[in-house]
Design a protein around this ligand. Structure first.
Ligand code: GLC
Ligand code: CA
Length: 571
């Protein structure tokens, strides 16, 4: 069956999805913390972007050791964010606006304050005893966030496993009761009307029997060979898939840290298909290793290779989750773009991934070009992994150098309050927000960009609308051109007789380009460009300069301006 005829898949394939990390989105009740009252008021804004769905990072009660990813109750809403009733109001209004709602399903671990863990630690004869992994003697695994992966619990007199933070004990998915709990949680939210799930670190939920010692040379992830894509993963995933299938239109997106195409495919196609999309990480490592720990200069070649590999491997078989930002990654302009060429690089980055084959995800603030925050001391950062990164790694580096690494890598940069306008606290709240506002809010904010036709915000809107209106951009095949070019990413999308050429400069220096031979002598129409005539009244604008010659533009004008992007259509 061809992709565009697969009706059941149509809904999520034609979507784009906006991610809300609620704590920093909008404070509706004036306590400095983002909440569901704020979300309710901003739903029209979300809709105005042209997106079709919202993914909520965890909204559940949580001690916030990992800001919501340590859940203490799967069936309620964190009091900071509102009530279950308020959530239902948001859900209803979102649906009325034609926005689907996806919840984060975090089932690799709970909070140590979850009732199951509080019971489990009471002793071996407790009904929740085997909900977690308890051992008298830990193995050598290290956790991803906080030192050893085992923590001694005095009450139980044993060690428990935590692949992430100490306050995130891993659930024992081999216990059928735990899987029943997961299914009941899924049904609980689906019955309420939510439309699907984003499933947190889902490729980690089945552990190798006996939890063997890991390989010593992989700090922080030495146990990964024994918990990534573990022995029973596909059986467990099938059980969860069956629940999703009970509900019309339900879809599932998995997060797969360190996943490869080969292992992702097992979740995405064939008899074991258990996910509609997999959030992969390859393309997020074009300037780092494991996001946080090792920073290196951005390599467009690495980025393009990752994109092309996934595009080609999934074409006709599955579907990509496209993203450049989320709550786990620093801001993309500060990484792959340029804060100096803010508008140019922010809009180029939008086009460079939205027109790939897949479902684009846009993370709050990305659409206005929010950038990384630089705080004066590590003590001001709040993310557990940033703190570990600073205090436990690269200790030979000076304090200054370590702090600079945090500027590049911290997840906190994605978690600063959303910049709504240029009033105090960026219109996020009337009182001092729970976290620092980026100083650039004076310029980089929704209100200012909304009014400015050539803003990053309006460019996102244009990209999303263009994609949605075009079968070729939605379903067309992908072909990369000039893969060895270190500064320009050029790719084609084609279907039937229509072709699009997307040309992106990743450089602040003008780039001389060629067009692929198959495009030479063809009439193209420039359908989108981030250098428009309104941009700067004094410089001759793009349309002006090429007036009368726009069809031949692509052939005659072989120079890309800094971070310029062109989208050309050929029929
Ligand atoms: C996922 C989440 C991240 C969290 C981790 C542990 O990677 O996106 O925010 O810290 O899982 O739950
Ligand atoms: Ca609030």
């Amino acid at each position: 069956m061809s992709l565009q005829n697969d009706e059941s898949a149509k809904s999520y394939k034609e979507m784009s999805i906006y991610q809300i990390w609620v704590r920093s989105f909008c404070d509706g009740n004036g306590d400095g913390i983002g909440d569901l009252y704020g979300v309710y008021d901003k739903l029209e804004y979300v809709k105005s972007l042209g997106v079709d769905a919202i993914w909520f990072s965890p909204l559940y009660p949580s001690p916030n050791a990992d800001f919501g990813y340590d859940i203490s109750d799967y069936r309620d809403i964190h009091p900071d964010y509102g009530t279950l009733d308020q959530f239902k109001k948001v859900l209803k209004k979102a649906h009325e606006l034609g926005l689907k709602v996806i919840m984060d399903l975090v089932i690799n671990h709970t909070s140590d304050e979850h009732k199951w863990f509080r019971e489990s630690r009471k002793g071996k004869d407790n009904p929740y005893s085997d909900y977690y992994f308890w051992r008298d003697k830990p193995n050598n695994w290290e956790s991803i966030f906080e030192g050893k992966a085992w923590e001694y619990d005095k009450q139980r007199g044993q060690y428990y496993l935590h692949i992430f933070a100490k306050k995130q004990p891993d659930l024992n998915m081999d216990n059928p009761k735990v899987r029943e709990e997961v299914k009941a949680i899924m049904r609980y939210w689906l019955d309420m009307g939510v439309d699907g799930f984003r499933e947190d670190v889902i490729n980690f939920i089945s552990k190798e029997e006996g939890l063997p010692d890991g390989v010593p040379f992989l700090p922080a992830v030495n146990g990964m060979p024994y918990y990534k894509d573990g022995p029973h993963i596909h059986e467990y995933m099938a059980e969860f898939r069956a629940v999703c299938k009970e509900y019309d239109g339900c879809f599932q997106i998995g997060e797969g840290p360190m996943t490869t195409i080969k292992s992702a495919m097992k979740y995405l196609v064939g008899k074991d298909k258990s996910l509609d999309m997999m959030i992969s990480f390859d393309h997020m490592m074009a300037d780092c290793l494991y996001t946080e720990y090792v920073h290196r200069p951005f390599s467009l070649i690495k980025f393009k290779k990752a994109m092309t590999r996934w595009q080609e491997a999934l074409d006709g078989k599955s579907w990509n989750a496209l993203y450049l930002e989320n709550h786990d990654h620093p801001r993309i302009i500060s990484r792959y773009g340029s804060e100096f060429y803010h508008r140019e690089s922010g809009s180029m980055l939008a086009a460079c991934y939205i027109f790939l084959q897949g479902t684009p995800f846009i993370y709050q603030g990305q659409e206005i070009g929010m950038t990384n925050i630089h705080l004066s001391s590590i003590d001001k950062y709040v993310d557990v992994s940033s703190k570990t990164n600073y205090h436990k790694y690269h200790l030979k580096d000076s304090a200054d150098k370590r702090l600079k690494r945090i500027y590049f890598s911290s997840r906190d940069s994605a978690r600063t309050p959303m910049q709504w306008d240029d009033s105090k606290y960026a219109g996020f709240s009337k009182v001092k927000p729970w976290f620092y506002v980026n100083k650039n809010y004076i310029k980089v904010n929704v209100a200012a960009e909304d009014k400015d036709e050539s803003s990053i915000l309006n460019f996102y809107r244009k990209c999303l609308a263009l994609r949605k209106g075009s079968k070729t951009l939605l379903y067309g095949h992908y072909k990369e051109h000039f893969p060895k070019d270190k500064n320009v990413y050029m790719y084609e999308r084609f279907l039937d007789n229509e072709r699009f050429l997307i040309v992106c400069s990743f450089s602040g220096i003008p780039q001389k380009i060629q067009y692929p031979a198959s495009f030479v002598d063809k009439k193209g129409e420039l359908v989108l460009c981030n250098y428009g005539e309104k941009r700067n009244a004094k410089t001759p604008g793009f349309e002006d300069r090429f007036k009368g010659d726009i069809e031949n533009f692509a052939l005659s004008h072989n120079m890309l301006r800094p971070y310029e992007v062109r989208v050309l259509m050929y029929k």
